[in-house]
Design a protein around this ligand. Structure first.
Ligand SMILES: Nc1ncnc2c1ncn2[C@@H]1O[C@H](COP(=O)(O)OP(=O)(O)OP(=O)(O)O)[C@@H](O)[C@H]1O
Ligand SMILES: [Mg+2]
Length: 366
């Protein structure tokens, strides 16, 4: 049984036990708990209904002279796999983890939302409202603030898988806040790559950011401006990523991490260092890493039957990279999921078929 399966089973068992898990203090809220549990679109404290996600209904509340965010678990979670079914529990668990982490080191976790009150049994999570917006332009300040928060999350033994644009808010002072922990799981940073244990070295925090957000952002810049402009943004991000991983590597070394983890991280640092030597190397690294992220996105979108025009664009790029052959065919980190053992013709065939599926599974909008 894989690492993630063990975690899923433990969480499903916890859900079956009927036990509660809480964070924060309901008695400090300006709205009583019974009132909170009754909140719907018509409640006087509701300023806005933010939307109805697959896991929860989300509201903006006004009470006690300020705004709050209320996340109410849906009676039936619409993501039918175990990760979807356990995502609310998972988020409450993480809220509790951060409550303790913030008590020990508030400044390190300033980039993580506070929890006013959360309860699994009651199916609610109340947070102060974050006055922010999704990131439009990734400045160096925004990226380094995000990477600093990711460093503290990683060294606390938590791994965030879903760094998508909808889960990152930037505030007026240009600092970043994370607030959605449905897919953030515990791991042992000194002996494991991520929450999949030693099974999937492909996943690491910067890869998660690039795959879920940044590579799409760069693809848009390529369309709006050109590839050279995208490459400059990539260089900026990679320099900050290198700084982040050097810091992480030195933390691993001084905390006695396993050699396998140190080697893995050193290899990434070396790969990025080489990529930043000159523009030709950087082009090469961008080609490999963007391809890796497109491939992961295609699998995610097709698997979730939630494909868009962007999925097709990514599939086209992947297929044409395979058609033109070259370095990409023999390279880690571009290839994974068994692709590294496939020949060129096989890969072209596989991704053409995935593209056909992506045409079939189109949903509107991004
Ligand atoms: N504390 C907060 N302050 C301001 N806005 C928030 C806050 N929490 C959530 N939001 C907004 O509500 C939206 C939905 O919240 P969240 O991401 O937590 O749930 P979700 O996306 O429905 O869950 P899932 O990602 O599982 O679908 C966010 O994209 C964000 O815009
Ligand atoms: Mg979300």
């Amino acid at each position: 049984m894989g690492h993630a399966d063990l975690r899923r089973n433990k969480q499903l068992e916890f859900l079956a036990s009927g036990n509660d898990i809480e964070a924060g203090d309901a008695s400090l809220l300006p709205i009583s708990l019974p009132e909170l549990l009754e909140v719907n679109e018509c409640s006087p404290c509701v300023e806005k209904r933010i939307g109805s996600g697959l896991t929860a209904d989300v509201f903006m509340l006004a009470a006690g002279g300020r705004r709050w965010n209320l996340k109410k678990k849906r009676a039936e979670i619409l993501v039918k796999n175990a990760d979807g079914q356990t995502s609310f529990l998972n988020e409450v668990q993480r809220r509790r983890d951060f409550e303790m982490l913030k008590k020990k080191n508030a400044s390190a976790y300033g980039g993580v939302v506070d929890t006013a009150y959360a309860s699994l049994k009651h199916g609610i999570i109340v947070s102060p409202w974050i006055e922010g917006a999704p990131v439009k332009i990734y400045t160096p300040e925004i990226i380094s603030d995000l990477f600093n928060t990711l460093f503290h999350i990683e060294t606390a033994g938590l791994f965030e898988y879903d760094l998508c644009p909808g889960n990152i808010l930037v505030q007026k002072d240009r600092t970043v806040k994370l607030f959605d922990f449905g897919y953030m799981y515990p791991f042992s940073p000194l002996s494991e790559y991520n929450a999949d244990g030693m099974e999937l070295p492909l996943f690491h925090p910067v890869e998660r950011f690039e795959t879920r957000s940044f590579m799409q952002y760069l693809m848009d810049i390529e369309d709006e401006k050109d590839r050279a402009a995208a490459l400059e943004e990539y260089r900026m991000e990679k320099e900050l990523a290198l700084e982040y991983y050097r810091r992480s590597l030195s933390w691993l070394r001084s905390n006695g991490a396993d050699q396998a983890i140190i080697n893995w991280k050193s290899d990434i640092v070396e790969l990025w260092g080489k990529g930043l030597k000159n523009t030709a190397e950087l082009e090469n690294l961008y080609a490999l890493e963007s391809l890796r992220s497109y491939i992961l996105d295609i699998h995610d979108d097709v698997g979730g039957r939630s494909c868009t025009a962007e999925t097709l664009k990514k599939a086209d790029r992947v297929i044409s990279a395979f058609e033109s052959g070259g370095a990409v065919l023999s390279s880690v980190p571009a290839l994974s999921w068994g692709d590294e053992n496939s020949g060129r013709a096989e890969l072209i065939h596989k991704y053409r078929r995935l593209r056909e599926k992506a045409v079939e599974y189109q949903i509107s909008g991004r």
